[in-house]
Design a protein around this ligand. Structure first.
Ligand code: PEP
Ligand code: CO
Length: 456
């Protein structure tokens, strides 16, 4: 790391002098300037007050007083900005959070991977199909998934379109939440088909049934107490998050706010830095070290604990609570060896972080048909090991991070719904990574609630 990283002067554009990996090559610089200028003038998507509020809640999660549930699509698309898709996403996250609140006995912080998850890092900058080579798909903020010259050419105006769709998404989410989700108070109306699948052992089925009945009773009890308490449970805040990959987009909406010190990235409450862009000298870390938002960092199994420590010192030099979220994504086969040494190094150094497990990104495999998939069992195994490793280390696993959808897709194999490799092609709609479907996501919440009951 160069010695000036922590001391050099920061500005919303100081990242431009650093090497930015996974940045898009635009050909029309004037169009880029026009898009950035437009984004600078448009109102923010979120407010600094909301961001501060989330940071305070994340600080409590660090102490084990709250639990973070973060989830949504791998890549949102502009076409998916529909009432059905948004409602379905919100519902599954809310239902999961109710199961977790009930099982863990603590408040859950709900954070969607939405209203801006439009930017994707890719392992290769180009893709070749039947002899034709074009730029890879980098997310709807940059180009289109459709494999054509026109679709794959990076278009700066998509940054403005992305902003507009994020605004529309957020507007609908805020209204849905304000209106309350009365039907969610009744688990008897939830779609719990996984409970009836033959592959679920009888013992587990009756345990889940019991949990569901208890949850229904608790909700009914609260409902009987009067509207206020039940509304608090289901109406409370929802926060947004996305990978802060496109720094032009992030920095254009980064502002100072009256009567507050510091700069806020107002595209989202909670941006995170991906596994591929977390180099301490790189442009992403430079940008994210200067903002007041809580910041996440994905940590893969190869990360050297000393490097992670240096990263923490750059991103959270004052060791503030609620500021830094380390999202480990190691894989079911690697977590038991890679995580303990990381936890030990960071704990010994006395650094405050919120530890979160992403059991998705270390468990991606290629199925026979050539499509990417993940197995429910591998996801569960990584999660289960994460709880155990943290418990043994005396640290707190304060949250989970999933790629999921509220729809009936067939992208991950396994779970009570019994999706097999041969089902994968029947409804695979993700343009990037495979997501848990509605049944699998809800089942995951029941499993976590059962395993953490009284222990997390
Ligand atoms: C993602 O969250 O979609 C992603 C690309 O993750 P990671 O940076 O952990 O690979
Ligand atoms: Co992904």
């Amino acid at each position: 790391m160069s010695p000036d990283v922590q001391t050099s002067k920061w500005s919303p554009t100081s990242w431009e002098s650093r090497i930015a990996s996974h940045q898009v090559v635009y050909h029309d610089r004037d169009a880029v300037d026009r898009a950035v200028q437009k984004l600078r003038m448009l109102p923010p998507l979120v407010t600094s007050g909301e961001i501060d509020h989330l940071r305070a809640q994340l600080a409590e999660a660090e102490e084990g007083k709250r639990f973070l549930l973060q989830g949504g699509d791998c890549a949102e698309t502009l076409d998916d900005c529909t009432p059905g898709a948004i409602t379905a996403k919100l519902k599954i996250l809310l239902q999961m959070s109710l199961v977790l609140v009930h099982g863990m006995g603590k408040p859950v912080i709900r954070v969607g991977r939405f209203a801006g998850q439009y930017s994707k890092p890719r392992s290769s900058p180009t893709e070749t199909r039947e002899g034709a080579t074009l730029p890879s798909y980098f997310g709807d903020l940059v180009n289109k998934a459709e494999f054509s010259e026109e679709g794959r050419t990076p278009d700066p105006h998509l940054m403005v379109r992305g902003y507009q769709h994020a605004a529309m998404t957020l507007n609908f989410i805020r209204s849905l939440i304000d209106g309350g989700f009365a039907d969610l108070h009744h688990p008897e109306n939830w779609d719990l088909r996984f409970l009836h699948h033959a592959s679920l052992p009888d013992g587990l089925r009756s345990e889940y049934q019991h949990m569901k009945e208890q949850l229904a009773e608790a909700l009914k009890f609260m409902e009987n107490l009067g509207d206020t308490s039940i509304d608090e449970l289901t109406r409370v805040e929802f926060f947004t998050s996305h990978e802060g990959l496109n720094l032009l987009y992030e920095s254009a909406q980064t502002r100072e706010v009256p009567r507050k010190t510091g700069w806020y990235d107002l595209t989202t409450h909670f941006p995170w830095i991906g596994e591929r862009t977390r180099g301490p000298d790189g442009a992403h870390v430079e940008f994210f070290r200067g903002i007041r938002n809580p910041v996440g960092v994905k940590i893969g199994p190869e990360a050297a604990p000393d490097d992670v420590l240096r990263l923490i010192d750059v991103l959270n030099p004052a060791n503030e609570p609620g500021k830094l979220v380390l999202i480990h994504r190691m894989g079911a086969g690697a977590i038991a060896s890679a995580l303990p040494r990381l936890l030990a190094r960071i704990t010994d150094a006395g650094r405050r972080v919120l530890w979160v497990c992403d059991p998705m990104h270390g468990n991606t495999i290629s199925a026979k048909a050539g499509v990417k998939t993940r197995s429910f069992d591998a996801i569960l195994s990584e999660l289960d090991q994460a709880f155990t490793v943290h418990q043994n280390a005396g640290t707190i696993l304060g949250g989970v991070h999933f790629e999921l959808t509220g729809e009936d897709v067939t992208e991950c194999v396994g779970g009570g719904a019994g999706i097999t490799e041969s089902d994968l092609t029947s409804n695979y709609t993700s343009p990037c990574d495979p997501r848990l479907n509605y049944q699998q996501a809800l089942e995951m919440a029941f499993v976590i609630a059962r395993r953490t009951n009284g222990r997390a």
